[in-house]
Design a protein around this ligand. Sequence first.
Ligand code: AP5
Length: 218
Amino acid sequence: MSFRSVFLGPPGAGKGTQALTVASGPGVLHLSTGDMLRAHVSKGTELGAQAKGFMDAGQLVPDALIIAMVEERLGGEGANSWILDGFPRTIPQAEALDQSLQAANASLTHVVYFRVPNEALMQRLTGRRTCGDCGAIWNVHTKPTQTEGKCDACGGSLTHRSDDRPEAVSQRLEAYDKQTKPLLDFYRSKGCLVEIDADRSPQEVSQELSDALAKEVC
Ligand code: AP5
């Protein structure tokens, strides 16, 4: 079955980890607004320069910049199934997505909410390491690599995200509570929300996710 899904949840809930697993299958596009923004920052684009200060401070990047970036990308892709990871994150972003989908005669099939208590998130984020070459996600506490600083999958160098410092993580959790949590009711009222207990092993979460994606919800 094809799907058009939003992955929603607090920073560190495991959205990226699960999206990478699902998108390793054929015909699935994984669009992470965080990854897209980090690519703009590292290429030194104008958008990257505008976004960097917000990201480092743990704040959301303004809606207008994000919506333009996602619309450009979604319009140009012809994938069968896709996952939006980290978008939408505010009510105006969700309304813009609805409008773009309507204009393309399409609709979402699922909004998956990865539920994890705040206490678990700080350790997940401060321990996260990401491969700069292949994008694999590791964790010094729960998913260490064989050789410190080197990716097991491709041998690339691991990086520690600048917004995974404890001060920035606290800001991101606050931004999530204020600006993104209202989306749970927004999508619940549309009958689209699938809730997953993501405070379990990645394998257990992955199993429940694949069962959820097998049936259309919206
Ligand atoms: P973004 O990159 O989207 O960050 P985020 O939403 O804060 O999410 P994360 O990537 O931190 O976490 P995740 O849920 O993907 O967890 P992961 O799988 O890596 O955004 C960064 C910034 O960009 C934002 O702060 C904002 O400034 C800007 N931005 C992006 N999108 C925007 C938008 N739409 N609007 C405005 N601004 C936007 O896992 C985390 C760690 O936990 C890893 O180490 C992993 O190994 C481990 N882990 C995963 N699953 C488990 C498990 N089940 N058990 C134990 N450990 C686990």
